[in-house]
Design a binder for this molecule. Structure first.
Ligand code: RFL
Length: 388
């Protein structure tokens, strides 16, 4: 079994397959240090924690993760907090930086004898249709090689070799560009709010999310195409404080900006998630905009479903789970996409003809008011916000 990519999807899959006694190797393009320090997600859904616990992979997040169950909306009409951890199904998120989760998963995999090749970039997957798939790999020193396996799992993200190797027409790609971009910032400063902060402002959205006691993520909606480096530190803080309405609700803790990058919000779903003996999981299967913090959670869920199906097939000759893999994952993916789309429309104004814009903005205001006042709306929000 060959697994492409050592992100959350590939490492959960690798750990579960290895624990089931299935011979597998993970091929990862980057080096170990890079994989362990790539800061991205932070909010883990309760189901993700349960999956990791079920397989003994949750020790680190149990020790160092923090429960988080509140978000605050700030608009021209004021602010309010939703204690979503006690609404809906009454379950909070666990905040645990993705790079720490990846480090835990990698350490467990390597320490228990799992095989992984760093600096091994998959170039293409061949023969997926024939049932004798192989993967061409370019090693860090430039040499190329080929790995052969019964199955290949594409956990190598949206720009990986698995997607690129799908022949035209093999799968359908449903795609939406939300037309919105975020400047994502990682700041060396403690969180400024006890909640996730969502600021809806005429100049654009601003967001605040805790990562650790010393690190906070901020987002600023920005013009499409504007390079991340074109913002001065002063301009970033001025814009964040304006949109977060710091003058009214308290200053933000400033700190060194240790990472910045522009994310164009788009989403897609590939259907089905299987092409012969090639299976897709995580971002390789579906990209979801980070507005609702679902991507890493879906990756873990899909990896567990795929691992069980592969183990049934490879250890017991029962291929039914593999046949149903796509049908089992897609409802979860679409539900997450639906909520993410709802969040995007709530948090961002449209750009378009004046009448349309004012109509959409009035709807957004009405939706936020429902969220503030309607218990059933709050329960719906909480269930979807933490759900995968
Ligand atoms: P990853 O994590 O991208 O890992 C893929 C791995 O594959 C390697 N790779 C290759 N290896 C071999 N050959 C090739 N040809 C290869 N091409 C790539 C890469 O080096 C990498 O190691 O995919 P995976 O495992 O599917 O996991 C997906 C998640 O990382 C992603 O969905 C989340 O980070 C999305 N996301 C969030 N998700 C959440 O659930 N909660 C959050 O709070 C959250 N915040 C975020 C996010 C994504 C963000 N960005 C950068 C888009 C915040 C941000 C800013």
């Amino acid at each position: 079994m060959v697994v492409l990519g050592a992100g959350p999807a590939g490492l959960v899959l690798g750990n579960l397959l290895h624990a089931s006694g299935i011979d597998c190797v993970i091929l990862e393009r980057a080096d170990r240090a890079h994989v362990q320090t790539r800061a991205r997600a932070g909010f883990l859904a309760p189901n993700t924690v349960r999956v990791l616990e079920r397989h003994g992979l949750a020790e680190g997040l149990r020790r160092r993760g923090r429960e988080h169950g509140a978000c605050e909306f700030r608009t021209d009409d004021g602010r309010f907090t939703l204690e979503y951890g006690s609404l809906g199904r009454g379950e909070p998120h666990t905040v645990y930086p993705q790079q720490e989760l990846v480090t835990d998963l990698l350490t467990r995999y390597v320490d228990t004898g799992g095989r992984i090749r760093f600096g091994a970039e998959a170039v293409a997957v061949h023969g997926a249709r024939t049932g004798r798939p192989s993967v061409t790999v370019r090693e860090a020193d430039g040499r190329t090689g080929r790995w052969q396996a019964r199955y290949v799992a594409g956990c190598d993200g949206r720009r990986g070799a698995a997607r690129a190797s799908l022949p035209p027409g093999a799968v359908r790609r449903h795609h939406r560009d939300h037309g919105v971009s975020w400047l994502g910032l990682l700041v060396e400063a403690p969180p400024s709010l006890d909640a996730v902060g969502y600021a809806v402002h005429g100049r654009g959205f601003a967001g605040h999310m805790a990562r650790t006691d010393r690190i906070t993520r901020y987002y600023l909606q920005c013009e499409r195409g504007r390079p991340a480096g074109s913002w001065s530190q002063d301009a970033i803080w001025a814009e964040l404080e304006l949109r977060m309405r710091a003058a009214a609700y308290g200053p933000l803790h400033r700190g060194r900006i240790v990472q910045r990058g522009v994310v164009d919000l788009d989403s897609d779903v590939l259907e089905p998630l299987r092409h012969g003996s090639l299976f897709l999981a995580g971002d390789a299967a579906s990209v979801i905009s980070p507005s609702a913090a679902k991507g890493a959670n879906l990756a873990v869920l899909e990896a567990e479903i795929l691992a069980r199906a592969l183990a049934d097939d490879l250890a017991h000759g029962d291929g039914e789970g593999l046949d149903r893999y796509s049908a089992r994952c897609l409802p979860h993916i679409w539900r997450a996409q639906d909520f993410s789309q709802w969040m995007i429309r709530l948090l961002h104004g449209p750009s378009g003809p004046e009448g349309e814009t004012s109509f959409h903005n009035a709807l957004r205001r009405s939706r936020i008011e429902s969220l503030r006042t309607s218990r059933s709306q709050q329960d719906w929000f909480a269930e979807n916000y933490v759900g995968v």
